[in-house]
Design a binder for this molecule. Structure first.
Ligand code: ADP
Ligand code: MG
Length: 697
């Protein structure tokens, strides 16, 4: 049944078919419902008049009133400008125009009182406002105190006079009729308990607020609602999953005990112990586990995963560990093989480059159950890979795998879905994790093994390259190894490849006697393997590489990470790269090389890296800099289409909304009671709408 909000925007007074087509295309606004949810992204403050003596350039746009005493033409040629000397009795400022000068001198009269609106800037000792908005002062606009909405629009729309003001007019005429169709979506109980504005008023006031207080209440209400329904959906999925999916029960800890008593190479950190306990509780619960383990680089996730696996193996179940790259799979395999050999367990590795004969052996051993642990890449997901009894699937470095792949792993056990443990070194701020992985339980390893020295990070401009090279030479003399990383080689980007090769040559020239390796995405897997092995064994001292080494690689003797063109990397990527060093007992260093010219954001990224080693702090800064859309984009997870909320800022509201959603579902999982009817209706509506909620998890 099509309702009022499904009406096409061409039927709104003032729009019509032509403009509608353009708006459809430029803003993806098709219906009244879309339009009314095209909320302002900021507001101009028309709530008060500043006196001119109060103005300084730290203020945003301001509203003032006064008279132009006289006009003056200053400068010539392209610098010609019109200056209006403007006063309100307390002080005077300059109004400045570079364009439309004759139009202004015709239109604006000295001696007449005007309302002036614009951004004060300081020019020498004088405050001025460039290209201000001006209106003759009237009793009406002197009285009116309001916040004027500013809407996103586009250059194309502006050319057709569909600017922010026009959109504001559409909103006004739409709201007149829409108000009576706006339904309350939250039960009155929740509205009272959380002191929320009702929906009708919130929608009206977010477009046309009288003052900041009302605006804040309106925004809070709409953000709360938005985040509440996102969380409700996610929590419902979780509840549904727990109801539906039984999990194998693993109670036998004999292998765990043996490993702890005889083979554990170091004392586990408290954080590692806590996470293992959390997983064990899941594995004994009878319900399928879907748990995300977050831990900064070097926090020791691998051994945690292995120890969790032992509980499954003790009960005759199998363990699969999937890594995003061959190098990483290799490393996991080598590391875990030592443990498996000690315990008499059978472990194999399966990747894209595994030989046919090996594959056949592996397939057979998986199916007859004689293979306990399989480590590999995407190759694990292939149809032919069948387990006798897969008990635990571990996915390393989650952000490289999609949700679909997680689901494929589930299918590897037909009787009962395997437990799933996802490990990620990309610290995700809690707010984001809750939205992205709302259907996963989260464990955090928030402690590094004892004795790790924090990595020292230094920033050098390219002009100081010699200093950096001197430092590298010193470290190599001390017996250490060095990574030098160049920005990503997208397989097609010839320029990056050239950068890398040029860099390799200049480094070879600077260190003629030192064995140097190279690693990049265009190399064949066996060649990569060869180069990596030489470096691991210490045969090469410097590894020139692209970001292929980013994920997980572990060479404790490598203590220097040089990142070339560091201004081109994102913050979390820099942090990931830095995590390749600092894995042994020696002091490690990260050297960020950069161009002299840095954008404001690049500067913040580099400063943040120099200041802190804390992955979560870095993730927060990253979130502030890039915004959640971008971050989630790189995680290939898709974004919840949030209209009012900003995950970078609205963490506290998210928290409250999530708790509220939890309470509701605890009380009434199916939302059948009368008082939760509005929620049920809204949920069904959301399901119908074009927003693809399934992308959220
Ligand atoms: P990540 O969390 O980045 O995957 P790894 O699992 O690769 O980290 O561990 C990094 C290094 O730290 C490995 O060499 C590992 O053996 C070692 N390690 C892990 N836990 C501890 C611990 N509790 N004490 C000392 N070293 C540890
Ligand atoms: Mg790892």
């Amino acid at each position: 049944m099509a309702g009022f909000f499904d009406t096409k925007i061409e039927f709104l007074k003032g729009i019509g078919p032509q403009k509608a087509t353009l708006i459809n295309k430029e803003l993806e606004i098709f219906t009244f419902g879309d339009l009314i949810q095209h909320y302002p992204f900021r507001y101009e403050d028309r709530t008060k008049f500043y006196s001119l003596s109060e103005l300084d350039d730290s203020l945003p746009n301001v509203q003032v009133k006064g008279k132009i005493k006289r006009f003056e033409l200053v400068g010539g040629g392209r610098k010609k400008r019109l200056v209006g000397h403007f006063t309100d009795g307390t002080s005077s400022i300059e109004l400045v125009w570079f364009q439309g000068i004759s139009w202004i001198t015709n239109k604006i009269k000295p001696g007449v009182e005007y309302v002036v609106y614009g951004k004060p800037t300081r020019f020498g000792s004088k405050i001025n406002i460039t290209h201000p908005e001006m209106e003759v002062l009237t009793a009406k606009n002197e009285q009116a105190a309001y916040l004027s909405p500013v809407y996103h629009t586009s250059e194309k729309l502006k050319k057709k006079f569909i600017d922010s003001r026009a959109i504001s007019k559409y909103q006004k005429s739409l709201l007149v009729n829409a108000v009576n169709h706006i339904r309350e979506t939250l039960p009155s109980e929740i509205i009272q308990e959380y002191k929320l504005m009702d929906k009708k008023r919130a929608v009206v006031f977010i477009h046309f607020p009288n003052d900041n207080k009302v605006l804040q209440l309106a925004q809070y209400r709409l953000k709360f609602e938005e985040l509440f329904f996102v969380q409700l959906k996610l929590l419902k999925m979780k509840v549904a999953r727990m109801d539906k999916f039984r999990g194998a029960v693993f109670n036998d800890s004999s292998l765990v005990t043996e490993f702890y008593n005889n083979h554990l190479p170091f004392e586990l950190t408290n954080a590692q112990k806590r996470v293992i306990k959390e997983v064990y509780r899941d594995l004994r619960s009878g319900q399928q586990m879907n748990r995300l383990v977050q831990g900064d680089v070097g926090s020791g996730k691998t051994i945690v995963a292995f120890i969790c696996g032992l509980l499954a193996i003790s009960s005759d179940a199998q363990v699969a560990l999937m890594a995003p790259t061959e190098i990483l799979a290799e490393q996991h395999f080598n590391g875990l093989k030592v443990f498996c050999d000690a315990l008499g367990l059978n472990i194999r590795r399966l990747t894209g480059s595994s030989k046919k004969a090996d594959r056949n052996e592996i397939h057979a051993a998986l199916e007859d159950g004689s293979l306990n642990v399989l480590v590999g890449t995407h190759a694990l997901l292939e149809e032919k890979v069948k387990f006798k009894n897969l008990g635990l699937a571990i996915i390393d470095e989650q952000h490289r795998f999609g949700v679909a792949q997680r689901a494929k792993l589930w299918q590897k056990n037909k009787e009962v879905f395997p437990h799933v443990l996802v490990m990620t070194a990309t610290p995700i701020p809690r707010t984001l994790a809750m939205t992205l992985y709302g259907d996963l339980d989260i464990s955090v390893i928030d402690e590094l093994p004892a004795g790790r020295k924090p990595i020292k990070t230094i920033h050098f401009y390219d002009t100081n390259r010699l200093k950096a090279f001197g430092f590298i030479a010193e470290q190599i003399k001390l017996g250490r190894q060095v990574y030098i990383v160049y920005p990503l080689i997208e397989e097609s980007e010839k320029l990056d490849y050239k950068d890398l090769m040029d860099g390799y040559e200049s480094i070879s020239r600077a260190f003629p006697k030192i064995p140097i390796g190279i690693l990049h995405g265009r190399m064949k897997p066996q060649d990569k393997d060869f180069e990596m092995k030489r470096f691991v064994k210490g045969e090469t001292k410097i590894m020139v590489a692209t970001t292929v080494i980013e994920v997980g690689v572990n060479v404790p003797n490598a203590t220097v990470m040089v990142i070339e063109n560091s201004e081109k990397f994102g913050l979390s990527q820099l942090h990931q790269l830095r995590g390749r060093v600092g894995r042994g007992a020696d002091q490690s260093y990260c050297i960020l090389m950069s161009d002299f010219k840095l954008s404001k954001e690049a500067k913040i990224r580099i400063e943040t890296m120099v200041r802190t080693n804390d992955g979560f702090e870095i993730a927060e800064t990253d979130l502030q800099l890039r915004g959640p859309g971008d971050i989630m984009g790189t995680m290939q997870s898709g974004v919840a289409d949030l209209l009012v909320s900003d995950l970078a800022k609205d963490g506290p509201i998210l928290q409250i909304a999530r708790e509220c959603a939890k309470k509701v579902l605890d009380e009434d999982p199916e939302l059948t009671t009368e008082k939760y009817r509005p929620i049920k209706i809204q949920l069904d509506n959301l399901k119908k709408s074009t927003v693809n909620w399934s992308r959220i998890s």
